[in-house]
Design a binder for this molecule. Structure first.
Ligand code: ADP
Length: 393
């Protein structure tokens, strides 16, 4: 994950307040319709009741008058009361229905606008991104402090777009870097072969050895690239288990001891008696240690020495590989964990370095929750590479 890709994107990792979520908002909109309907029934009944009563009282008065004058009562009072009641209720319900429908139309227009506007923006953005415009972002409607689901969706969408843009940028960079890295040995091989064809170079063992060296370099580069892409994509499994630091360091030293002896560089470990175990994947940690020891050997002239130290730093164990080799000038220190970075490019190339080893080591250490860094007092004064690992609980 990369921080640069997120720089302009507000982060929403907290749960928003419940009252700003979509559920309560939709519930509120239904309540508006219910309240409008109920209010219309209430006020409709208040308005209609006096008319109904007045009409019924008039009918009663007429009936009483007809009874007193000995005439025939022409009004069915019960039917009149029932008809008046039904008319009042029907009218009130009809008004309520009209009011509720109007309220529902108004509320649903408002809610649909509120929901569909960000959704439409997101649909447009996804279409753009699908076409390869990774710089596209959606506007974040609503407050990131009190996000509802749509605000969260927009923020996370923008974060995803940021990651996509970053990976696309890295992909482009990688293709450029690889093309550049492959061009160098290929140009050399081409030069030798053209020299052989033109008769400028003698068809001798030395010439073929030089070509062989360059092809070896290319195949090393391809192996390293394959490993780097696996590590960068996280396409490997870690099997962390409690391991002794002593055993790790001693195994790594044992593996490279013949090369150290051959070059005349002393290597030894200085480890405290009682160090807690670390929680790591054994093979991956040996890969990191072997890489650091290999570099120390490579950049230390014969007669020099390499020392591996380990010590506790709070809840971590730090392992440091110190050499008395050529050192690293201060201006290069911040860059040496970058892919293909070499302090002395031409020398490193002839020496066969791909500039990928430290990048892989950094990924592996960070995948274990640790950190890795380099220190050097300057050119010719040796360097120290230190990485930390979590103590096994
Ligand atoms: P490489 O295959 O070129 O050694 P790395 O990624 O392992 O690639 O190292 C990157 C660069 O860091 C090297 O090219 C070298 O310039 C510098 N470097 C690494 N380790 C050491 C060291 N122990 N002493 C001096 N320079 C080093």
């Amino acid at each position: 994950m990369n921080a640069a890709g997120n720089a302009s994107v507000p982060q929403v990792d907290k749960e928003g307040s419940w009252w700003v979520r979509l559920g309560p908002k939709l519930f509120l909109s239904y309540m508006v319709v219910v309240v409008v309907g109920a209010s219309v029934v209430h006020f409709g009944a208040l308005w209609l009741a006096p008319h109904a009563f007045a009409q019924h009282i008039r009918a009663m008065q007429e009936a009483v008058h007809q009874a007193m004058t000995g005439g025939q009562i022409s009004v069915d009072l019960q039917a009149n009361l029932y008809a008046g009641y039904r008319h009042a209720v029907d009218t009130a319900l009809l008004l309520a229905l009209g009011g509720a429908v109007l309220a529902a139309v108004a509320v649903s227009l408002f809610v649909t606008f509120k929901i569909s506007r960000p959704l439409r923006a997101m649909v447009r953005a996804t279409e753009y991104i699908a076409e390869g415009h990774y710089e596209e972002r959606v506007p974040v409607f609503g407050s990131p402090e009190h996000p509802d689901e749509l605000t969260e969706l927009a923020v996370h969408f923008n974060r995803m777009a940021g990651h996509l843009a970053h990976s696309e940028e890295r992909r482009r960079e990688l293709i450029g870097d690889v093309a550049h890295e492959l061009r160098t040995p290929l140009t050399t091989i081409k030069g030798y072969i053209e020299g052989l064809v033109d008769g400028v170079l003698p068809p001798e063992r030395e010439t073929y050895l030089l070509i062989c060296q360059e092809t070896n370099r290319m195949s090393r580069l391809i192996d390293d690239l394959q490993e780097l892409s696996r590590v960068e994509a996280g396409a490997y499994e870690l099997h962390p288990r409690p391991l002794s630091v002593q055993a790790l360091v001693e195994t790594a030293i044992r593996r490279l001891e013949p090369q150290f002896r051959e070059k005349g560089v002393a290597v030894r470990a200085d480890l405290p008696e009682r160090l807690p175990q670390v929680q790591v994947d054994r093979d991956r940690m040996l890969q990191v240690l072997t890489n650091l020891l290999g570099n120390a050997l490579h950049y230390t002239p014969s007669g020099g020495s390499v020392m591996v130290k380990a010590y506790r730093r709070g809840s971590e164990i730090a392992i440091a590989v110190r050499d008395t080799g050529e050192g690293i000038p201060a201006e290069h220190l911040p860059h040496i964990f970058q892919r293909f970075y070499r302090v002395d490019k031409s020398r490193s190339r002839t020496g066969g370095g791909t500039g990928i080893g430290l990048t892989i080591a950094k990924h592996l250490v960070e995948a274990h929750g640790g950190r890795i860094w380099a220190e050097s007092p300057g050119k010719g004064q040796g360097s120290t590479f230190t990485f930390t690992l979590p103590v096994s609980s």
